[in-house]
Design a protein around this ligand. Sequence first.
Ligand SMILES: [Zn+2]
Ligand SMILES: [Zn+2]
Length: 219
Amino acid sequence: MIYRKVSINSFGVTNSFGYGIGVAICIKLSAVNHSCKPLTRVCFRLVYLLETRPVLFSFFRKRIAILAPVGDRMPATLEGACHSYIDELMPKSMRQSLLKKKYHFDCKCEGCMDDERNALMEAYSCGNCVLGWVRNTEDSRCGACGWQITRDHYELCRTAEESAIAAKPKLYNTTIASATRKHLGERLLELFENTLHDSNVHRMPVLRSLFETSLEERE
Ligand SMILES: [Zn+2]
Ligand SMILES: [Zn+2]
């Protein structure tokens, strides 16, 4: 019961790569609503405060949580300042089941109601034109050129999608050597070429992992 309360009122703390590194509890922040298409993001800022209570004045450092706007849309109220309780760069079905399991609600946010946006997050590349995309279904058509997905193209895209899902735990597992994760990421990126559209969120763990491993290499 206590675990459940803590889990609902807490939020994940991530490093600059988006990896979860801990959990924080903040009652004020836990009152801010969730959205899979958030207007704000929780950030931590280091502030220097003047301590006046002791006999001697002293400065001390404190981390404060702030809600930073994500894009151009500024929320007018705290109720409207929704942020995402989870990594929102996941397909709708994964987001919904995670929110249900962890926070016990059925998400009906702006992002979950936007069918086109959700389809684009799982889109396959068009097999005919450069920028076009098709839905991840067997009978989809490209909105840009009208091309209908073939059986072969569908199977190829589905393999890339399944490989991306299977590789995610390995890519995020920092106990695996950085060179191994980098090699896996590079092979997956090749597999995504002409299969997973640039907007497809299954690309994200690979891109995050490659960004991190390349930084580790430079250090
Ligand atoms: Zn949602
Ligand atoms: Zn096309």
